[in-house]
Design a protein around this ligand. Structure first.
Ligand SMILES: Cc1ncc(COP(=O)(O)O)c(C=O)c1O
Length: 421
C-alpha cells in the first residue's frame, strides 16, 4: 500500500471558521493478490467474494432470516448432523472453541483434553479459564493421541464432564481419529467435543455417525470463506447438560442459550448479525455441497498426495506420522542450514505465495503448507513446488531441477489412471 503525501493545501474548511477537517491518512485499499497456501486463511472463490458485496439487509429482515435458515440447513449437511442447534457464531474459530467450552463447562468440572499441538493447548487454556480442572492426554506434535492415553486420563478421574480433541491439528499436520474417542467418552458418561476448524469441508466430519456432541469450525480454511464466523453444532445430550447448569455461562456474547433465541424461532435480538459474512458463508456452504462432500474430501486427498510426493522428491522430510497426515495441511521439516524466514520471504516477494512457519516447539523446524478449499488445486501444487525449489536454491540448497513438480505430476497421472481403471 502506498501512502499519499501530505496535502495540507487541499484541506477542507468546516463550519467553524479557520478549522480544517481531518483527511484520510491513507489512500484507497489495494492489497496484493496472494496465493494463500498457509494454515489459513485460504483463497476465497469469486462467488463467495461476490456474495460479500450483496446489499446489506437488516438482521431481522424476513429475507435475511430466510438466508439464516438456509445456512443452518447447509451447515447441518456439511457437519453431517440432524442437530437442531447448528448455527454460525460471530467470531473466528477461536470463538467457536470458546463457545464449545464455556457453555458445557462450569467451575469444578473436569475435562480431558487431547494435546498434540498448539490448538489442543488453547482448549486447555480456555477450559481452565472456565474454572474446570483439566487433565491432558498428550502425544508428540506430529503424532496421534492413542485411545489408551485418552482412556487412562478419563479413568483417573471420578467424573469427567467433557472429552475434547482437535480433529486436524493445524500446528502439526495430523488428522486425529475421532469416532473411537467419542465412544470412550460416552462409555464414561462424558460429552465428546471435536475441533473441526481445519478439517470441515476438507475431510470427513460425521457428527452423528461418530457420536460427536459438540463441534465447531471456522470459515477461512476448507469451507472457503474469509475468516469471521465459526460454524458450530450441539447435540441433544450437550444441550441437556447445558440446561442443567447451575451458574450462568460467564460469557454473555458466547452464551448459546441466548444466541439460539435469535437463530431459533424466537428471533430475539442478541447482537447484530455480521450480515455480509453470513452471505459469504451461505455461498461457501452452497459451493461445498454443490461439489459434493466425498468429491471435496477426495480433491483434498489427491492434491495433498501430489504435494507430499513432490516435497519428498526434493529430498525434504515430512514431519507428521505417515498414516495420519492431514490432507489439508502438510508439515515439512526445514533442512539444516536453511533460513526459515528467508525462504518464506522469498516465496512471498518473488511468487506472492504465503505459507506458514512452525508454532511452539516446531517454530523454525517446519513449514506449514495448506491446500485448503479453493486453494487446493493442481496449479497451486506445481506453482508452489517450483517456487520452493527456487527459494531453496537461493539458500544454496540445490535439488535436481524440477524434481518436485515432476513427482507431483507423476502422482496425478497415477491417481487419474486408477480413477478411470
Ligand atoms: C485447529 C484449529 N483450531 C482453532 C483455530 C482458531 O481459529 P481462529 O484463528 O479462526 O480463531 C485454528 C486456527 O488456525 C485451528 O487451526
Amino acid at each position: 500500500m502506498t501512502f499519499p503525501s501530505p496535502r495540507a493545501t487541499l484541506s477542507y474548511s468546516s463550519h467553524v471558521e479557520g478549522a480544517t477537517m481531518p483527511q484520510s491518512p491513507y489512500s484507497r485499499l489495494d492489497p496484493p493478490v496472494r496465493t494463500l497456501l498457509g494454515p489459513g486463511p485460504s483463497s476465497v472463490p469469486p462467488e463467495v467474494m461476490a456474495a460479500l458485496t450483496a446489499p446489506v439487509l437488516g438482521h431481522l429482515d424476513p429475507e435475511f432470516l430466510k438466508i439464516m435458515d438456509q445456512l443452518m440447513e447447509g451447515l447441518r449437511a456439511v457437519f453431517q448432523t440432524k442437530n437442531r442447534m447448528t448455527l454460525a457464531i460471530s467470531g473466528t474459530g477461536s470463538a467457536g472453541m470458546e463457545a464449545s467450552i464455556c457453555n458445557p463447562l462450569e467451575p469444578g468440572d473436569v475435562a480431558v483434553i487431547g494435546v498434540n499441538g498448539y490448538f489442543g493447548g488453547r482448549m486447555v487454556e480456555m477450559a481452565q479459564r472456565c474454572g474446570a480442572t483439566v487433565v491432558t492426554a498428550e502425544a508428540e506434535w506430529g503424532r496421534t493421541i492413542p485411545p489408551e492415553a485418552i482412556e487412562d486420563a478419563i479413568k483417573k478421574q471420578r467424573k469427567v464432564k467433557l472429552v475434547a480433541l482437535v480433529h486436524a491439528e493445524t500446528s502439526a499436520g495430523i488428522l486425529q481419529p475421532i469416532a473411537e474417542a467419542a465412544k470412550l467418552a460416552h462409555r464414561y458418561g462424558a460429552l465428546f467435543m471435536a475441533d473441526a476448524v481445519t478439517s470441515l469441508g476438507g475431510a470427513e466430519v460425521a457428527i452423528d455417525g461418530w457420536g460427536v456432541d459438540i463441534c465447531y469450525s471456522g470459515t477461512q480454511k476448507c469451507i472457503g470463506a474469509p475468516p469471521g464466523l465459526a460454524p458450530i453444532t450441539f447435540g441433544e445430550a450437550a444441550l441437556e447438560v447445558m440446561r442443567k447448569r447451575t451458574h450462568k455461562v460467564h460469557s454473555w456474547y458466547l452464551d448459546v442459550g441466548l444466541i439460539e433465541q435469535y437463530w431459533g424461532a424466537g428471533r430475539v435480538y442478541h447482537h447484530t448479525a455480521p450480515i455480509s459474512m453470513i452471505y459469504a458463508l451461505h455461498e461457501a456452504v452452497r459451493l461445498t455441497l454443490e461439489e459434493g462432500l466425498p468429491a471435496r474430501w477426495a480433491r483434498h486427498r489427491l492434491h495433498a498426495g501430489a504435494l507430499q510426493a513432490g516435497l519428498e522428491a526434493m529430498g525434504l522430510t515430512l514431519h507428521a506420522e505417515a498414516s495420519h497426515r492431514a490432507p489439508m495441511l502438510t508439515t515439512v521439516r526445514i533442512p539444516d542450514g536453511v533460513d526459515d524466514a528467508a525462504v518464506r520471504k522469498a516465496l512471498l516477494t518473488d511468487d506472492s505465495i504465503e505459507i506458514g512457519g512452525g508454532l511452539g516447539p516446531l517454530k523454525g523446524k517446519v513449514w506449514r503448507v495448506g491446500l485448503m478449499g479453493h486453494s487446493c488445486n493442481e496449479g497451486n501444487v506445481l506453482l508452489f513446488l517450483e517456487a520452493l525449489e527456487r527459494a531453496l536454491a537461493k539458500q544454496g540448497r540445490k535439488a535436481q531441477s524440477g524434481a518436485g513438480a515432476e513427482a507431483a505430476s507423476a502422482h496425478y497421472r497415477r491417481e487419474r489412471k486408477k480413477a478411470t481403471a
